[in-house]
Design a protein around this ligand. Structure first.
Ligand SMILES: Cc1cc2nc3c(=O)[nH]c(=O)nc-3n(C[C@H](O)[C@H](O)[C@H](O)COP(=O)(O)O)c2cc1C
Length: 146
């Protein structure tokens, strides 16, 4: 089965109920065989999706017309040999000191402007966030982040 990943950034619309959105996404993804994570950074969404090319394409078409966000910019879309978020129908990565520290390590110049991010750093950043989620990551203290 061929697999693809899609990483995009978008601008969150005012008043979006993010926990409800994540719950709905997780339900749909289970049926569609999609996995991934949604990070909420300040006023932006940053999402990593993986699944068959057909299911990724079908979701992208819905995302492009979803009024809960705008200005969707695809940062990376490519074939992958295996899933990264296989255990996660849709993980929610909340913006906090830990997630922000990882963002700054991978993207020191982006100043939280996701549209300026180097696309090559996106997948490794999600990989590091996943390690944080699963408790397997180096702690901030170990990494000596200021
Ligand atoms: C930032 C964001 C992330 C979303 N992520 C997903 C997702 O991972 N899976 C999903 O099925 N829908 C996701 N949605 C919702 C879809 O845009 C769409 O509303 C949903 O798939 C239901 O579509 P349907 O009712 O036409 O089937 C997301 C929406 C937004 C705004």
């Amino acid at each position: 089965m061929s697999l693809e990943r899609l990483i995009y950034a978008s601008r969150r619309s005012a008043g979006v109920d993010v926990p409800a959105l994540v719950a709905q996404a997780a339900r749909h993804n289970e049926a569609a065989g999609l996995t991934g994570a949604l990070a909420t950074l300040e006023d932006d969404f940053f999402q990593y999706l993986e699944g068959t090319p057909q299911s990724v394409e079908a979701l992208l078409r819905k995302l492009l017309v979803d009024p809960r966000h705008s200005d969707l910019k695809v940062l990376e879309r490519r074939a992958i040999p295996r899933r990264l978020f296989g255990q996660w129908r849709m993980a929610h990565l909340q913006w906090n000191a830990d997630t922000e520290a990882i963002f700054r390590i991978f993207s020191p110049d982006a100043r939280l402007k996701l549209r300026d991010i180097d696309p090559a750093t996106c997948a490794p950043m999600f990989r590091a966030w996943l390690a944080l989620l699963e408790g397997a990551g180096p702690t901030l203290k170990d990494m000596n982040v200021k």
